[in-house]
Write a protein that binds this ligand. Structure first.
Ligand code: AMP
Ligand code: MG
Length: 419
């Protein structure tokens, strides 16, 4: 076991050990938020055939090249086609077919003219101006070409991708299985929020917060509940969790107190320790272990510390297991909007809200920064990375911030492979 590693070392050690879950498939209705396990290639052109973008008449542009208001050209209407039907006849010189928005372009035609732009009398239409060949035609493959890759393996399925897949006739989507994340809260003092308040006890907030974060990531939380600070009990829960889940997150009991027994419980459960203590504040007592190729991350019990270390250390691991291409949270350089008067002998992460004002990124602190201050996580979308040895920080100075939560995707560069 390594004791006292840097954040980057901790991330790297766990990413190396994390395994991607297996692939399967899901129907389109259940595909939102899932991760693609294969590149998606269009089997057909989209649209599949040339079609009309408006209600009008399909014709051969050459037929009307001499049309003028003083000398209109007449064409004979030989058929009408509704959207969803195929024209029976071919257009030959001097003829036209009435089409609706979305009708296939009749064979022989190269152009469509709007209803409003012709005069119709009986079975003839009269055009008083010429059209460029190809006017008002939607070409097959104009949206997506056959064999084009429309989405990359390792990306999240968005509502617009669901729509595009449907448009391409893809009803079953190859995805990775959801990652199952067991969560255990350790602590004699914890009670469930559904219970009556009790002297000396506190409500278990982290379990709910972490389960919600796992759900938001697109994983399946397996809530194992509260376990008192007893090695045997915690060890039993660790074994049970690992039978049901791909990864285990615990909170509490990882520091040096008399009842901080998670490390002993892990050993008793047969897990091997990977590291303990990361040089950062908050959340430094975090530990990681491994059993049967499954990772266990033990977070400090202090709620804000637990959440910051979850974002910085657990989320990249979970994202790798989910099969996501983008695992590490993106960073931005921004301007600090508040003073922070404490010195930081140790590397420190401050909770903040990143905002763009008149084209500049600012990070405003989300309030008190104590370890247990839950309120500071509300509106927190960025963690200011304060290097070890920094003095007080002043409003207006440049800082580096790590983007967390579901806005982080906005700050990644576009995937290179798809234009
Ligand atoms: P520990 O890491 O067990 O020493 O806990 C540090 C602090 O966090 C203590 O004040 C605990 O009462 C508190 N704490 C531990 N677990 C939770 C939890 N699940 N929800 C809220 N507070 C917690
Ligand atoms: Mg405790």
């Amino acid at each position: 076991m390594r004791i006292g590693v840097s954040l980057e070392e901790a991330q790297e050690m766990l990413l190396q050990k994390a395994n991607m879950v297996e692939e399967g498939s899901v129907s389109l209705m259940g595909a939102l938020g899932r991760v693609l396990s294969q590149n998606i290639r269009a089997r057909e052109n989209l649209p599949a055939f040339h079609k009309s973008p408006l209600d009008g008449y399909a014709l051969i542009a050459k037929d009307v090249e001499q049309a003028k208001p003083s000398h209109p050209v007449a064409l004979e209407v030989i058929e009408e086609v509704r959207a969803g039907f195929v024209p029976k006849q071919k257009i030959t010189p001097g003829t036209t077919i009435k089409v609706m928005t979305g009708s296939p372009l009749p064979e022989g035609a190269d152009t469509v003219i709007k209803y409003e732009d012709v005069k119709r009398t009986g079975n003839s239409i009269y055009l008083s101006f010429p059209l460029k060949p190809g006017s008002n035609v939607i070409y097959a493959g104009e949206d997506v070409k056959k064999d084009e890759i429309v989405a990359l393996k390792g990306t999240v399925i968005t509502p617009s991708l669901v729509g595009l897949l449907a448009g391409l006739g893809i009803a079953e989507v190859p995805v990775l299985r959801k990652v199952r994340i067991a969560i255990i809260s350790t602590g004699d003092e914890l009670i469930d929020p559904a219970k009556e308040p009790c002297p000396g006890k506190i409500y278990n907030s982290s379990l709910y917060n972490l389960a919600a974060l796992c759900g938001e990531l697109g994983a399946d939380p397996i809530v194992m509940g509260i376990v008192p600070d007893e090695k045997e009990l915690i060890s039993g829960h660790i074994v049970k969790s690992l039978e049901a889940a791909d990864i285990l997150i615990t909170t509490g009991g990882v520091s040096v107190g008399d009842f901080d027994v998670v490390q002993d419980a892990l050993r008793q459960a047969g897990a091997n320790m990977i590291f303990w203590k990361v040089s950062m504040k908050p959340g430094s007592p975090i530990l990681a272990a491994e059993k049967d190729k499954k990772i266990i991350i033990g977070l400090s019990g202090n709620p804000a510390a637990a959440l910051v270390t979850f974002d910085l250390i657990a989320v990249p691991v979970i994202k790798k297991m989910m099969g996501l291409n983008r695992r590490m949270p993106p960073r931005v350089t921004a301007v600090l909007a508040d003073n922070f008067l404490k010195s930081s002998p140790q590397r420190r992460f401050l909770r903040g809200k990143l905002q763009a004002i008149n084209g500049t990124h600012y990070v405003k602190l989300t309030g008190e920064q104590g370890n247990g201050i839950l309120k500071s996580m509300i509106n927190c979308n960025a963690l200011i990375d304060v290097p070890a040895g920094s003095g007080p920080l002043c409003a207006g100075q440049e800082i580096s911030a790590i983007i967390v939560g579901n806005i982080s995707d906005t700050f990644f560069e576009m995937e290179k492979e798809i234009s």
